[in-house]
Design a protein. Structure first.
Length: 359
């Protein structure tokens, strides 16, 4: 892999995205190692721009990467790119969400193909055993379970806003008169599952944890017998869903489940493990009603949960990513980044032909 001359940290297009993939402190560490870094202005990033300037970074206007970043630069971000330019010629490092059959995936991949650029999707930055090397999983699980607990107790308010962990925990702690709740966390052994368990424990809620073994012979009656379900399972191959609309219909009158928090948010993908819902929720409307009745059933499916605790989440992620950013600058190719690039190459090779271009 060619040696990079520059990292260019772009601003995020989503106003609710307050995280950063790189903190000012870790940027300073890279600068001291000879990596040139440009940081774009942002009106909503949790870390102030002058902290990056003090770390030795160059500054640039928001969104200027498309025309100003050198072709050799790695453009670093977190969430979706803007819709322009149509042709992407840089090497982009971010969560592209484009390899699982998502509806937007073909259009994004065709932009890279047209411009000759590369997507190094952070979801696929993993070691030889497939373990992800930099992830927001713990804080995604923590926040998702926290929102579910607040919803189950009737204390979830909207719109959501970013806040410090101490304040979230204060809201989570049980109050006199709260009825006992039971929660099920599927994927309890992973990063997201551990975060979900910790949040529910803070909330004083009894937690049942299922691992991969428990899902091989899924006990749906037991699943539906909990008040809260947190799905923290990331799968890369099709498996039977955990819950379907037919399961909910069959459980009418006996279901205890009232809140689902889906951390994975694989809507629009054949890998969707909870096809009882088909669209995401957001900060403005964090929960959506799936079934009426007593109890009613709501789903929470927000795809940038850690941004509700932006400082904590960004610091943990940046610390994980730092050694791999240093590896991008190393003279010899890094095997983890090579596997990440191979995932992109495979996705391009299997990209369906654009029917409009064919016509």
């Amino acid at each position: 892999m060619p040696q990079p001359s520059q990292l260019w940290m772009r601003s995020e297009t989503r106003p609710t995205e307050r995280r950063a993939p790189l903190t000012p402190e870790d940027a300073a560490r890279l600068v001291r190692r000879g990596v040139r870094i440009t940081v774009e202005e942002s009106g909503h990033r949790v870390f102030p721009l002058d902290a990056y300037a003090a770390a030795g970074c160059d500054l640039a206007p928001a969104g200027s990467w498309a025309g100003a970043a050198p072709g050799s630069a790695y453009v670093l971000g977190l969430k979706e790119l803007p819709s322009v330019p149509e042709r992407l010629h840089h090497r982009h490092v971010y969560f592209g969400h484009a390899y699982k059959g998502q509806a937007q995936a073909p259009g994004l991949l065709r932009r890279f193909a047209a411009g000759g650029g590369t997507l190094l999707d952070l979801e696929y930055l993993a070691d030889a055993q497939g373990r992800r090397l930099a992830a927001f999983g713990y804080w995604a699980g923590y926040v998702g379970a926290a929102l579910a607990a607040l919803r189950a107790r009737g204390r979830l308010t909207a719109p959501l806003a970013a806040l410090p962990r101490a304040e979230l925990d204060a809201r989570l702690r049980p109050s006199p008169g709260d009825r006992p709740l039971r929660a099920l966390v599927i994927g309890v052994g992973g990063r997201s599952g551990r975060g979900a368990r910790d949040a529910l424990t803070t909330a004083g809620i009894e937690v049942t944890g299922w691992d991969r073994t428990a899902t091989r012979r899924l006990d749906r009656a037991a699943l539906l017998g909990h008040d809260i379900l947190v799905n923290a399972v990331l799968t890369t191959r099709p498996v039977p869903p955990f819950l379907t609309p037919a399961d909910l219909d069959a459980a009418a009158g006996t279901r205890r489940l009232s809140v689902i928090a889906d951390i994975t948010c694989d809507t629009g993908s054949p890998l969707h493990l909870l096809p009882v819902y088909d669209r995401l929720t957001d900060w403005a409307v964090p929960a959506r009603r799936l079934r009426a009745g007593s109890p009613a059933l709501d789903v929470i499916a927000i795809d940038n949960l850690p941004s509700l605790l932006p400082a904590e989440a960004a610091r943990a992620f940046s610390a994980d990513l730092l050694p791999k950013l240093l590896a991008l600058h190393a003279p010899s190719p890094d095997p983890d980044w090579l596997r990440c690039r191979d995932a992109f190459t495979t996705a391009l090779a299997t990209l369906p032909q654009d029917p409009y271009r064919a016509a």
